[in-house]
Design a binder for this molecule. Sequence first.
Ligand code: IMP
Ligand code: MG
Length: 431
Amino acid sequence: MRCLVVVGAQWGDEGKGKIVDVLAEQATIVARYQGGANAGHTVWVEEDEFILHLIPSGILNPDTRCLLGNGVVVDPWVLAREIATLRDRGIDLDGRLGVSRRAHLVLPYHRLLDAAQEDSRGAAKIGTTGRGIGPAYRDKVARTGLRFGDLRDVDRTREIVAGAAVRANVTLAGLGDARRVDTDDVMSRLEQVRRQMVELSTDAGDEIRGGLAAGGRVLLEGAQGALLDIDHGTYPFVTSSTTTAGGAASGVGIGPTLIDEVLGVVKAYITRVGAGPLPTELAEAEAERLRQLGGEFGATTGRPRRPGWFDASVARYAAGVNGFTGLAVTKLDVLDTFEEIRLATGYEVDGTPVASFPDSVADLARVTPVFERWPGWATDTTGCRTFAELPGAARRYLARLEEVCATPIRFVGVGAARRETIAVPAGAALR
Ligand code: IMP
Ligand code: MG
């Protein structure tokens, strides 16, 4: 790897954090390119669990420089808290973290607007994480956002905040929400973190281009998943940024020609949190079993995730939109006790195969998955460290998964810890 992008190939929570953590050992720079504190990466180092929302998972590797690119929206108070938490756990961050001066801030009024808008949607709720992500990106596109570079100038910062407060208050009043934004209050809260944020500011694109030119290895870390992409996801039940690999170059400030590999991360099954169709969704009794076995509760909001069987239509679509060069299949061990495992190879509507992935959620809600049934392996896989050590039924399931996704499997996760990861050498035949 020289410049690798890691993307979620489902609806988020595929276990990208752990894969990035493992790959970060070879990276000189790890950079996030989109999203904000709506993400939650759970990573385990020995007995310690870390949940990170903004800082790339690569921070656990002491030799890696971690960047938040221009495409990320950064809540500075969440960032300050994460820095403090990592320091308390003995992780040295000095000189290891930077934020693009072109990155936008998520401010308290973005959270207020996120909540007020969700409330006003009634039954049509998106089920956002409530972290102010959509409103922050809206300010960015409307050209009314506050960027890290602006923080150097207090007067300019106040001018932007004051303008945003006026507009936010009009919106809140229009939604019948009694809460109001106060510029002085936002400014005094900002003053608590402003200097620290200015010190973290950098030109992330310069750093990455320079790092690559000097022979370094760069990992670009996506958040959420391909099906939550603002353009290619299940709109409107999506997040507000380009989660797919095409956004990686622009989200950190490099040209797409610098990217050599795109690794898509899938779970051995699928989950979704928030509203919107999920064609292979399990019936509640089985869903609860998978949820408990897989710990499928949101890392950011604690909400129960909705589990389903592996959906190859989703994975093939994600592979096409992202240009995957390989797949990482995570959480295989969660299926260890299932007698039978189902895998959806495609969709049908009224008995007719669906050729391309539906562009509307109404159409997606109408499809019937075409399932194959595979025998379970009824064996604990968490101790397996090579593909050959996996039980035969697990190898056959993975070989079939690789075949229907038409993308080579490069990693298999069999547990939450770093060492519980099987690397599949390039070119290895799984069958
Ligand atoms: P937002 O990103 O908070 O605006 O939420 C929009 C949609 O994306 C909702 O369905 C969220 O549940 C979903 N979402 C946002 N971030 C994540 C994530 O990191 N994992 C899974 N779902 C997410
Ligand atoms: Mg997550």
